[in-house]
Design a protein around this ligand. Structure first.
Ligand code: ATP
Ligand SMILES: CCCCCCCCCCCCC/C=C/[C@@H](O)[C@H](CO)NC(C)=O
Ligand code: CA
Length: 574
């Protein structure tokens, strides 16, 4: 049992008010005392949320020599959206003597070391200067770097000069000194870090990423996201808000949020990893269309969404899925995955148990479809088929594609929107922007799953072979060859780029949207995989529970501590 021993306590002054300050291993509290020594308001800061402690910066004087400042996480509300933000709180204390000031400094710094051990000391930071509104460098220099400095974190900063530079750096360079990697950019930049970190971890473990049945090695290197992109869905869904200061503070305090990752395979090759959306039909077409309008910045998604909606397309396909255990949770149970989520914690427990009972370790073991249950098959015409490992909430859709999805439960939510009339589909889309249930529509089904396979019905014309100058026509390698030649995810990624599915988001070989340019209505769509377009309609997706860790803690529940009162007294968490 953890005993909250008092490390130091004394009277301290904040301005003209006297406080009784108490430091335990877990909390730093200061309680105002009036002239009759009655207790008034208490401010309580968890030691884990202390950012740093400094001596007074004022010019040397006897008074300044008795002062110290504590910097900590302070919760506030955004005026416009009422979202919970983290800001830097600071309180300057004055001690009766310099000796006591030194004791406070020593004890606070020691408590930080011993009771907040998972904080990063050295980070590798990648800034995409062209993401979102092109503010990445400015955001980092003005808002984030000063906080890292205050917290004593040293950073190696790389401002990227090309797409995939961050991924390649993580795959190839020596990272021994780093506790984590951070991206300043959008979902595309996060995806680069995700591929680098997963790829490197599997390389080091000697595991093939191409085998969808293999349990991959979970990654120790944490990923931090400073939002500076267009959608910033991964940040929003794991922190609850897109705010660079909030995210920087989560990194500083060393939060650790496990995250499910979906591997997407075609034939015998890994194509990409995804954490937010693997979407065919509407979301694939929107992404392909929006690539033509990158110059519009974040607005390109609204514009392309309207265009694609007006085209009113649906696509034939066969969706097969492996259901998750319905006893554990359901996409329609109206719960939300919040910080310290019990569904995700139970998944962690099951993983730990499986690891300890497997004599060696879970990693590298086979995922057996037989023991995992029966595949279910749905054939038809679809407006959209989407798989998301998390809620995928974002400012455009505050509850997300699947509001009850979990960040770290080892499952994804499969949303099947069958062909319907345009007004019905508009209702479905519109409900993403409200609190109305988008699954409560007769043409929508949602399933919690462990794996998904998508194939085209026999006889479907694969538009790759159509008139536009196809990938095959241009003499590129066949899929199997890409794997056997390279055997590495990086090579495969290069092949994918050659095929026109690029990380620099320019559509090189042909117009993959099959959009307004084509003379006849296309029979296949493309997949949108966390914002990247995949060239293959036929894919297999497998969810890997808790494969990576982010510097985040999930969305904080405002009604839970530390927002409640304590012992009936006025009690403020900073
Ligand atoms: N220096 C660079 N030049 C060109 N492209 C880059 C560079 N650095 C990174 N990229 C690529 O730019 C793509 C988009 O960047 P990013 O994700 O930061 O912004 P975004 O697309 O505006 O945001 P979101 O992904 O949230 O919609 C990424 O996929 C990344 O690979
Ligand atoms: C009539 C109103 C129509 C509004 C339609 C709103 C639908 C919003 C749904 C947004 C879901 C976003 C899921 C996130 C996906 C990201 O992975 C990806 C990469 O950034 N972004 C997009 C836009 O695909
Ligand atoms: Ca999940």
């Amino acid at each position: 049992m953890d005993v909250d021993l008092v490390l130091l306590e004394s009277s301290l002054w904040v301005g003209k008010k006297r406080y009784w300050a108490v430091l335990t291993g877990w909390h730093f509290n200061w309680t105002e005392r009036d002239k009759k020594n009655r207790e008034k308001m208490t401010v309580s800061v968890p030691v884990s949320e202390v950012v740093g402690v400094e001596v007074s910066q004022r010019s040397q004087s006897e008074e300044a020599d008795r002062e110290f400042t504590v910097f900590y996480v302070k919760r506030t509300s955004s005026r416009s959206s009422n979202q919970l933000l983290w800001a830097l709180g600071r309180t300057q204390f004055s001690c009766p003597s310099r000796d006591l000031r030194d004791q406070w400094l020593t004890q606070l710094r020691m408590a930080l070391k011993t009771h907040s051990p998972s904080r990063p000391h050295r980070l590798l930071v990648f800034i995409n200067p062209f993401g979102g509104k092109k503010q990445g460098s400015h955001i980092y220099q003005s808002l984030v770097a000063p906080l890292f400095e205050l917290a004593g974190i040293s950073c190696h900063v790389v401002v990227t000069e090309r797409a995939n530079q961050a991924r390649d750096h993580i795959l190839k360079k020596d990272l021994t000194d780093f506790d984590g990697v951070v991206c300043v950019g959008g979902d595309g930049m996060f995806s680069e870090l995700l591929h680098g970190v997963i790829g490197r971890t599997q390389q080091e473990a000697g595991l093939s990423e191409h085998d969808p049945t293999l349990t991959l090695q979970s990654c120790d290197l944490h990923i931090g996201i400073i939002p500076a992109g267009s959608t910033d869905c991964v940040c929003f869904a794991t922190v609850g808000v897109n705010d660079p200061v909030t995210s920087a503070l989560h990194i500083i305090v060393g939060d650790s949020q496990p995250l499910d990752v979906c591997s997407v395979h075609h034939g015998s090759s890994l194509v990409r990893y995804s954490v937010s959306l693997v979407g065919y039909g509407f979301y694939g077409d929107v992404m392909a269309e929006s690539e033509k309008h990158r110059w519009m910045g974040p607005l390109r998604y609204d514009y392309s969404g309207a265009l694609v909606y007006l085209r009113n397309r649906s696509y034939a396909g066969i969706v097969q899925y492996l259901p998750a255990d319905p006893q554990l949770s359901s996409p329609r149970d109206k719960t939300r995955c919040l910080s310290r989520c019990t569904v995700c914690s139970k998944s962690t427990d099951r993983r730990l148990l499986a690891q300890s009972t497997n004599s060696s370790s879970l990693h590298g073991s086979q995922f057996s479809s037989d023991s995992e249950g029966e595949w279910v098959s749905v054939e038809g015409r679809f407006k959209a088929v989407s798989l998301t490992c998390m809620s995928s909430s974002c400012p455009r859709s505050p509850l997300g594609l699947s509001p009850s999805a979990h960040l770290a439960d080892g499952t994804g939510d499969l949303i099947i929107v069958r062909d319907t009339h345009p007004l019905g589909f508009l209702t479905f889309l519109h409900r993403h922007t409200t609190t109305q249930d988008q699954f409560d529509l007769p043409f929508v089904d949602v399933h919690r799953v462990k794996a998904v396979r998508f194939s085209l019905p026999l006889g479907t014309e694969d538009n790759e072979d159509e008139d536009e100058g196809t990938v095959k026509d241009e003499g590129l390698v066949e899929d199997g060859e890409a794997l056997s030649k390279s055997g590495s995810q990086q090579h495969l990624a290069e092949r994918v780029e050659e095929r026109g599915m690029t990380n620099d988001r320019s559509v090189k070989k042909k117009d993959l949207s099959f959009g307004l340019c084509c003379s006849k209505t296309p029979s296949v769509s493309v997949w949108n995989c966390d914002g990247e377009i995949l060239p293959y309609p036929e894919i297999l997706c497998r969810v890997h529970g808790q494969l990576v860790r982010l510097y985040a803690r999930g969305i904080e529940d405002r009604s839970a501590p530390p927002f409640t009162n304590c012992k009936g007294r006025a009690f403020l968490h900073n």
